[in-house]
Design a protein around this ligand. Structure first.
Ligand SMILES: C[S@@+](CC[C@H](N)C(=O)[O-])C[C@H]1O[C@@H](n2cnc3c(N)ncnc32)[C@H](O)[C@@H]1O
Length: 212
């Protein structure tokens, strides 16, 4: 059985190639939950805390973008949120998510500047673990912005590599400068895989913006 470090190296080595990344996640999907929950990565806990702080309506329509096997929605469902849709590029990950019975609906879609869902159809968006090296591009922020109703929060984890080297810093600054989003919250940086031999250098933050 391959270890989490091996899988992390593979997904980062894909260098953003869509087909390679999707195939890797398809294959990883059956082991993914065991690997993630035993990795000590605090991202789901931090993001769930921010959801609780910024989404007071238990029936808010929430989109879980890059939902993977559904770990974020599983926690939000336990807390009491009732109406969560998910989207992901990997059919294998979506298959595991479906088994958890916590989503209203699941969509096989890729995050990009245009996402094939109705404009302003969600009260909030969460995106955990998908704005990282070689995963979703910074244009995804524009795509997601179109899906949120005015006033709605978007809560996401973001790697320092994506922020500083892959265009997310500029994309976020543009959204704020253009008066489309305002920053509500940002966690301190945290170590994503503190016990990993190869990935302990990775740092993420969870950010919360609001669509104006
Ligand atoms: C590290 S996993 C995180 C999954 C889940 N959110 C969680 O917290 O466990 C990253 C997920 O993002 C998906 N993904 C990567 N790039 C994507 C894109 N451009 N559009 C949609 N999903 C993408 C992968 O298929 C994978 O399921």
């Amino acid at each position: 059985m391959d270890e989490i470090d091996t899988w992390l190296e593979r997904v980062y080595a894909a260098g953003g190639d869509r087909d390679t990344l999707d195939a890797l996640y398809d294959t990883w999907s059956e082991q993914y939950d065991q690997h993630i929950w035993t990795s000590a990565n605090p991202y789901i806990a931090i993001a769930a805390g921010f959801v609780g702080r910024h989404i007071s309506d238990w029936n808010a329509e929430i989109l879980d973008a890059g939902c993977g096997t559904g770990n974020m929605a599983q926690v939000l469902h336990q807390i009491g949120y009732t109406t969560i849709d998910g989207l992901d590029a990997s059919p294998g990950m979506l298959e595991i998510a479906e088994r958890k019975s916590v989503y209203r609906s699941l969509h096989h879609l890729v995050l990009a500047g245009h996402i094939d869902l109705a404009d302003e159809s969600f009260d909030a968006v969460v995106a955990a673990g998908v704005f990282t090296q070689g995963h979703a591009p910074p244009e995804s922020l524009d795509g997601l912005s179109k899906l949120i109703r005015s006033g709605g929060p978007i809560i996401f984890s973001l790697s320092t590599v994506a922020l500083e080297e892959q265009g997310f810093g500029d994309a976020l600054a543009d959204l704020v400068r253009q008066g489309e989003w305002e920053l509500l919250d940002a966690s301190p940086q945290y170590q994503s895989f503190p016990f990993s031999e190869t990935e302990s250098h990775l740092r993420h933050q969870v950010h919360t913006y609001r669509k104006l």
